[in-house]
Design a protein around this ligand. Structure first.
Ligand code: FDA
Length: 391
């Protein structure tokens, strides 16, 4: 079997590469070892697929080279993808912070891509495993369960390591290394934290409740919901900050993000000295959270009993509560994989390998990771279009 372009991986980036390359007139073969394409699209955004964001900016992406993503993102923007969604009559809405979700199910986005794929004339083969890839004079020779495939160009769109049950493997990294690429160390991103210290039982007791807080690691902070879980902490602010956290780092939570707790407690000590801390804090947190935190912050005290030193200590805990996660839930639940194929060895314009002509990398397999909010799909769409256009 021969094709102009062989794309490995029928996820977001692989589908978009195949569609675009086929629309340019290339004979495209898209293969995947899983039984169905686009499994992560179906699971994404809680089943409604947060397919892009109104505010796509390069600073919403992590990479060892933060400039790498700029070229592709500027040439296929969120507006281009929205136009495609509109063309297919798929209803969507902004949930918050520019995040665009389907009104209905995520399936609509996958069906849209599969319709585009069929009308572009690309061939899709699922349940296809690849055992060997060799570079030849005219391109690539690939041994697969479909038989031998020869291709002029090879696009690696195999994604990262997150959620192996959805088909994730490190195959793209193996291909990259085989052709002389280096990898940036990989780790789970957009992932809940786990705890093994005294906080584990506290968070477990509050499992299912959430609080508005600012989560920080070093100089990076995200405000949003922090969800207590049986194993630790999750929710949007935690998922976002997890991409900046490395083992051993301290995570701090500001539990009163709109309040300077030291000033607030000092003035209330004069105005309402008999008030218990609990009665003040229950106006900002739920009753269950206030009661659970009583054990840690001693909230049964009345304001009058607090010395300046007590106020400073308590205020620091409320505005900068230091926590030490024991780890993260890892690739089992992580939405993305940080690190990957070193982008300094790939052209930012064409996504072609600088070591191996005719070999391309798109999507999450590269060391480009977006924040939560539709940025990872936008990177998949944009890198795919940049690659297919260059082919
Ligand atoms: P992706 O992982 O989508 O596709 C890779 C494909 O390669 C898969 O089909 C896989 O089967 C195939 N493959 C792997 N190894 C192979 C091998 N050895 N041989 C053949 N094929 C192989 N992002 C976002 O922007 N908005 C959102 O709402 C969400 N929500 C979300 C929820 C959940 C639960 C997860 C896990 C992730 C998200 N994401 C997200 C992240 C987003 O899904 C992710 O960044 C993109 O799917 C990456 O697209 P890729 O095509 O690069 O990889």
């Amino acid at each position: 079997m021969h094709c102009d372009v062989l794309v490995i991986g029928a996820g977001a980036a692989g589908l978009m590469t195949a569609i675009t390359a086929a629309n340019f007139g290339h004979k495209v073969l898209l293969v995947d070892h899983a039984n169905k394409p686009g499994k992560k699209i179906l699971m994404s955004g809680g089943g409604r697929c947060n397919f892009t964001n109104y505010y796509v900016e390069p600073d919403r992406f992590l990479s060892q080279n933060p400039h790498f993503c700029k070229s592709a993102l500027s040439r296929y923007t969120q507006w281009d993808f929205i136009q495609l969604v509109d063309k297919h009559g798929i209803g969507y809405h902004e949930k918050e912070l520019g995040q665009l979700f389907c009104d209905g199910k995520a399936k609509a986005i996958l069906e849209m891509l599969l319709d585009e794929l069929a009308s572009a004339g690309a061939q899709l083969h699922m349940n296809c495993s690849i055992s060997q890839i060799l570079a030849s004079e005219n391109g690539y020779q690939v041994n697969s369960t479909l038989g031998k495939i020869s291709a002029n160009k090879l696009v690696v769109a195999t994604g990262g390591l997150s959620i192996p049950t959805l088909g994730a493997t490190g195959f793209g990294y193996e291909i990259a290394e085989k052709f002389g690429h280096t990898l940036q160390p990989t780790r789970a991103g957009l992932v809940p934290f786990t705890f093994s210290d005294q906080h584990k039982a506290l968070f477990a007791s509050l499992s299912g409740s959430s609080i508005d807080a600012v989560a920080s690691v070093g100089d990076t902070s995200f405000r949003g919901g922090v969800l207590f879980t049986h194993r630790g902490l999750s929710g949007p602010a935690i998922l976002q900050i997890s991409s900046y956290w490395e083992a051993g780092d301290v995570l701090t939570l500001n539990l009163l993000p709109d309040i300077d707790a030291a000033q607030w407690l000092t003035s209330l000590r004069t105005e309402a000295p008999k008030k218990q801390l609990k009665t003040l804090l229950v106006n900002h947190w739920t009753k269950a959270i206030t009661e659970a935190f009583d054990g840690i912050f001693d909230l049964s005290r009345t304001l009058a009993t607090l010395s300046n030193e007590d106020i400073n200590q308590l205020a620091k805990s409320l505005n900068e509560w230091p926590l030490r996660p024991s780890g993260t839930e890892g690739y089992r639940t992580a939405e993305v994989t940080l690190g990957g194929v070193n982008v300094d060895e790939v052209s930012s314009k064409s996504l072609e390998s600088k070591h191996q002509p005719g070999l391309y990398f798109v999507g999450e397999v590269l060391d480009v990771t977006g924040h939560l909010g539709g940025f990872n799909f936008q990177w998949a769409w944009a890198s795919a279009v940049a690659c297919a256009t260059a082919i």
